[in-house]
Design a protein around this ligand. Structure first.
Ligand code: PLP
Length: 319
């Protein structure tokens, strides 16, 4: 199996070639987005902050009241094994996104081909059996390489972020419709734009897979954790800023703050930190990309992971 050129994933207890994985079409993750996931990345094949990602996954599971039937330690061991089994394919891929996905499975009482029985049918019910997948996929290094040369064009769309009273953004669920609509609205005028959505009060929140940072009067500011996914990279960047003596504030930020900021960047597992070039079509700050605080933090991030993530992206720029 490992001699094949096909990636291997873990699916409900077995390591299988990806093409052999069959998810029942009645799986609640498919029909309702009733599922959670978390995604770490590798640096030269080393998984970064896996324990932190798995901890966040279990918080998302607790929020949706899904029992994966596995302990965090078991899921960590499976995740490490998936990366190990795919290592022969990694060099061509560059590095991996490594994702754990847990759905509520097929509603209890419906025939899932695995002999499920009993239960009430429609809603979440005792007896549901989760679907668990651990898989890896190449990071989109070439596609995103220009962002590290030019910066990201951020657009604030008309779509507002789902309020925490309806569905907490702190849980990483399979339901990304709100963020998808925001991204579609933002990319209407500029196909390369990244959306950063406002909440219902007009405060900046986050994008489809990233957190926002602005530098204002030399202070690094980011939206409050109640209104966004508490990114693992966001946390790391705040820690690095503290060690560099850069003041950090979690606070309400609105478009005025972004328009008048000295610089800005987005963070995510895959991007690490990537500078913002423009906001709604206007250069941010002096227009220097990356800004000096972004540059210092990027360097500190690279040192902390002992890997030049910017260089890895830039190496994939089309000649
Ligand atoms: N916000 C959202 C909605 C996300 O999906 C992600 C990606 O996981 C992030 C922020 C960034 O989080 P992290 O740095 O843990 O990848």
């Amino acid at each position: 199996m490992t001699a094949s050129r096909e990636r291997v994933a873990w699916f409900n207890g077995s390591y299988l070639p990806e093409a052999e994985i069959r998810i029942p079409f009645r799986d609640r993750g498919f029909i309702h987005g009733d599922a959670v996931f978390d995604t770490a990345r590798t640096f030269r094949g080393r998984i970064h902050k896996l324990a932190e990602h798995v901890e966040r996954l279990y918080r998302s599971l607790a929020y949706l009241r899904i029992d994966p039937g596995l302990s965090p330690a078991e899921l960590i061991a499976i995740s490490e094994e998936v990366v190990a089994r795919n290592e022969p394919l990694r060099e061509a891929a560059g590095d991996w996104w490594l994702t754990q996905r847990v759905t509520r499975g097929v509603p209890a009482g419906e025939d899932d081909g695995r002999g499920a029985a009993g239960g009430a049918g429609g809603g979440a019910a005792a007896g549901d059996r989760p679907t668990v997948i651990v898989e890896c996929t190449p990071l989109p290094l070439a596609r995103r390489a220009p962002l590290f040369r030019d910066g990201i064009d951020v657009v604030i769309p008309w779509v507002r972020r789902t309020p925490p009273e309806a569905l907490s953004p702190r849980a990483k669920t399979h339901n990304y419709l709100n963020l998808t609509l925001g991204q579609l609205a933002a990319s209407g005028g500029n196909p390369d734009a990244w959306a950063v959505l406002l909440d219902q009060h007009g405060n900046l929140c986050e994008g489809i897979g990233c957190n926002l940072f602005l530098v204002i009067d030399g202070v690094l500011k980011t939206p409050r954790a109640q209104r966004v996914l508490p990114g693992i990279t966001r946390e790391t960047v705040m820690e690095l800023a503290a060690t560099l003596g850069i003041a950090v504030e979690e606070t309400d930020l609105d478009p005025y703050d972004a328009i008048t900021a000295e610089e800005g960047f987005l963070t995510s597992t895959s991007l690490c930190l990537c500078p913002i070039r423009s906001l709604d079509g206007r250069p941010i700050g002096s227009g220097r990309v990356p800004g000096s605080v972004t540059e210092r933090l990027s360097r500190a991030f690279s040192e902390s992971v002992q890997f030049d993530f910017v260089g890895q992206y830039l190496a994939r720029l089309a000649a």
